[in-house]
Ligand binder design. Sequence first.
Ligand code: GTP
Length: 207
Amino acid sequence: MSDISLSSPGGRETLILASKSAARRAMLENAGVPFEVRVAGVDEDAIKAVSTDLDPAGLAVRLAEAKALAVSRDDETAWVLGSDQTLAFDGGLISKAKSLDAARERLKSMRGRIHHLHSGAALAVKGEIVWSGVDTVEMRMRDFSDAFLDAYLAAEGEALLACVGSYRLEGMGSQLFAAIDGDYFTVLGLPLWPVLAELRRAGVLSA
Ligand SMILES: Nc1nc2c(ncn2[C@@H]2O[C@H](COP(=O)(O)OP(=O)(O)OP(=O)(O)O)[C@@H](O)[C@H]2O)c(=O)[nH]1
């Protein structure tokens, strides 16, 4: 993963995004936020296994905090942003599909029904969590046809396997939904508004 070091206005603190997520990176880039990328090598499955006491939103925060801490412990100066997204459906948690066939079955099971996306974020400095937050969106998937689903999978391909719900809301993916109730950026994987507000409060971004 290449580092992105954009010149920070006024020599502000360095922000590191501890995520391999292309969507998270694009959201910050498009918002004009100077940052570097350093992927956090966190064993998410191990954390999930000991977090059965948490609801999906709480798990998203815990995973976001783990990613932020993993990078922050190695960098004594930067502000580190970690993030994680969980998908709650039918009383359980859905994780990324391993193949397009699995994605097809996943999307068939969710069509015509509601699921929720929880996007958690955390900021860490010097190995300590200084802020965390989470936002949730209700996703109302329409009962699309098999023909539409096949066309969607063919159009989007393996890029969908990087997305927790096996879809991307942007582009053709918007046709999978009747409506969403919540914030677009939260769907893409980051509770952008509270993250930007905290970065301004902390002086990482100018007010
Ligand atoms: N472009 C796009 N990405 C989405 C959408 N919904 C979910 N995602 C992505 O699905 C991924 C959720 O997986 P996570 O485990 O939170 O993050 P990750 O991509 O594995 O990256 P790390 O932060 O390094 O763990 C994130 O990259 C989200 O950006 C969407 O509608 N559009």
